[in-house]
Design a protein around this ligand. Sequence first.
Ligand code: ADP
Ligand code: MG
Ligand code: MG
Length: 209
Amino acid sequence: IANKTFFKNSLIKMAELSEEQRDYWTSLDSNIGDGDHGINLSIGFRGISKEIEELDQTTEDIHSLLKKSGMILLSKVGGASGPLYGSFFIKMGKEVEGKTEVTFPEFVEMLQSGIDAIQARGKAELQDKTMLDALLPGIEYLQAHKNEEDYLTVMEKAIQMMQEGAESTIPLIAKKGRAMRLGERAIGHKDPGAESSWMLLNVFYEEMK
Ligand code: ADP
Ligand code: MG
Ligand code: MG
């Protein structure tokens, strides 16, 4: 279902999305953080989109394309989200080292590895009011349904669960990241990283259609 061009096109669309949503994601971060989440992601993905044609030409497989893209996020984004999203893409690629095409179950394993990397690096659990509150319910659903024939419906439902996961951060107190310092004052605000993460993964779904 996905080859190197699929991932290249997805990264370009993610860069476009980051420009479109920059002010929105930043405003969410102004509520409970330092107001730079959208700026961070737009800078990071702009770095990827600037180099994407060259990255495409100089890489043989999905792994090296995602690895180089992840390294750009790691190096260009100052905030907490840069290393987290950076290792997400790097580990996603590592899962399919040497491959130029992946099946849907393999794609799900890629996401699993990426999300595991976010959790390994950030040490957050469910309900800590982070991006994992969006990602974990989605990947759990994907793992349970990855072998179903109608993978588009499975993916659509998983994205919906991630969106609901992002909504679920609103009443929470943050246990990780900058919003932790706010204590109860974080209640009533959606976590910016949870919102950006389901919207970014939705690009994969749109690209599959
Ligand atoms: P910073 O907080 O350094 O300014 P950003 O604003 O770009 O970085 O990103 C903030 C987002 O990063 C949060 O909304 C949260 O979703 C995510 N985040 C922060 N710390 C962690 C962590 N330890 N694990 C998972 N996600 C985290
Ligand atoms: Mg911030
Ligand atoms: Mg910051």
